[in-house]
Design a protein around this ligand. Sequence first.
Ligand code: AHG
Ligand code: MN
Ligand code: MN
Length: 320
Amino acid sequence: MKRLNKVLKEDGVETDLIMLIRTILATTKEIAFRVSQGELAGVLGSTLNENIQGEVQKKLDVIANQLLKDTLIDDDLVKTVASEEEDNAVGAHPEGKYIVAFDPLDGSSNIDVNGQIGTIFTIYPAKVDVPYDSDEQFNQPGTNQVCAGYVLYGPSSLLVMSTGGPTRCYTHDLTHGGFLLTKPELLVPSKSREFSVNMANYRYWDESTQVYFDKLLYTSEEFDKSSIRYNAAMVGDVHRILCRGGVFMYPQDTRAGNENGKIRLLYEANPLAMLTENAGGIATSKGRRILDIQPDDLHQRVPVILGSSEPVNYFDSIVY
Ligand code: AHG
Ligand code: MN
Ligand code: MN
């Protein structure tokens, strides 16, 4: 099995980007260790704080955020850092070549039940003419991403990443400490009957979304024998979809603050959309390609539907 470094070199990834990816992954190994220690390290449970989005921060959210932030602002290659757990962009180095955004722990509600959680990250080129500590560094569409990936802290720790080419999967080899290529190219089948959606939100959805689910559940022959698989960690749901197909959905709803759904464009939707597209799937928001959205806010949320192309297109044809 090939090691990550060799694969990235063979893929023609530039040396600076490889170095930055390695820095991020060194930190995720430390997060993986803390996660594995769980209760023994006293890292489970909540803090007394909320993040900018009004969500209670878990201890592991705060630890993972601090580890990634500290490492990245120490790296000369990095101009600016943004995190789901930080109010604003954090300036690192004015001459840095890249900007990095991350969701330090996705699926926080799973922490205390030993469920699936992961770190999602994305790298963009830095804007030369924008200050290093400005949120505006991240006003770039997802098509500008030069690397997107996640580390899933599951039964095995896995890295799924694309640097523009195929979406590849690596397994963390605990005996030697590296990531080994275990699935060279993930491919999402175009058809699937697996759905990943929080059905308890049905009453809050708009009428067209409800109509879609009514057809799906009660009348559509094509989706007869469908199954729902929902993790409450988008990273885990998307991982299953990248491995065997399916659809992840988080539509907008009528609850206060959910006018654009719940999923954050910068830290979740864009990196996972890039990984999905580079594995042959599609990712849309209100019928538009997620990666083409021009962001206007660091913590912007967007409705998301992504995965196998046929069911995603079917959803968009009925709802938009
Ligand atoms: P986070 O743990 O980073 O706050 O993200 C959780 C997100 C996403 O990963 C997941 O799919 C969704 O929230 C679950 O939301 P519901 O509990 O509303 O279904
Ligand atoms: Mn998240
Ligand atoms: Mn998070």
